[in-house]
Design a protein around this ligand. Sequence first.
Ligand code: PMM
Length: 275
Amino acid sequence: MGVVNVTPDSFSDGGTWLDPDKAIAHGLELAGQGADIIDVGGESTRPGAERVPKADELSRVLPVVKALAAAGCYVSIDTMRAEVASEALAAGARMVNDVSGGRADPDMPGLVAAMGVPYVVMHWRGHSADMYGPAVYADVVGEVRAELGRRVDAAIAAGVDPELIILDPGLGFAKLPEHNWKLLVSLDRIARPPGYDRQFPVLVAASRKGFLGKVVAGPDGRPRSFAGSDDATIAVTALAVAAGAWCVRVHAVPGNVDAVRVATRWRQEYLAGTG
Ligand code: PMM
């Protein structure tokens, strides 16, 4: 999944793709580089971000979704608002990526159910204005699983087909670096919330996030720049896919496509060997 943030203020690429023509060209470039899904978003969720008015979000994403869908891209709409999701689906998007997992807008699960599209349900504890206040866990993996499980219950109760639900641990959203790493090494547990016998597909969105920049900090201890974290992102992609992740959401596609291919082959052999 390649990211097209049509925002002035996303943490790693804010402002770069705000112009619709540039955003469309970028989405086409990511698709040409091998992204199977193009995720278009019009509201930044960087720490401290305030909400964007719905009209602004719509005017940012709709022309981009429409053009990319018309060009044959499989487009995902990254939004917490049911009305934005609805209009984006009408404009040709085929999947909904809701970082609030249905919590920000109670109409979202019903809309997704009515449209019958894949639904990314991310773990979330509140809006980005206070990103780290709720980052308090006694057992981060257990709590994220339980809270995701309740979002899955709510989605299914609203009529969403369980086959279309994708889970996301929400790296960086109410998570400190140590929480992100614990979740990354527990993807198999994230895939199976309490009370469910099935494995849901898992999406991992570590790309360029600050916890990666810290691990590859320079000798002076300064975290790597956002774009300077792209190789670290590729490393996470390989590890996450080898551990069973279904999808990775990334800003720079080419190296990640190779990592997905290598890790998929690795996992195939691993699964064959372990019966
Ligand atoms: N992170 C961001 C935006 N959208 N969607 C999902 N499903 N999971 C995420 O972790 C996620 C997301 C924020 O990062 P960005 O500014 O790079 O888009």
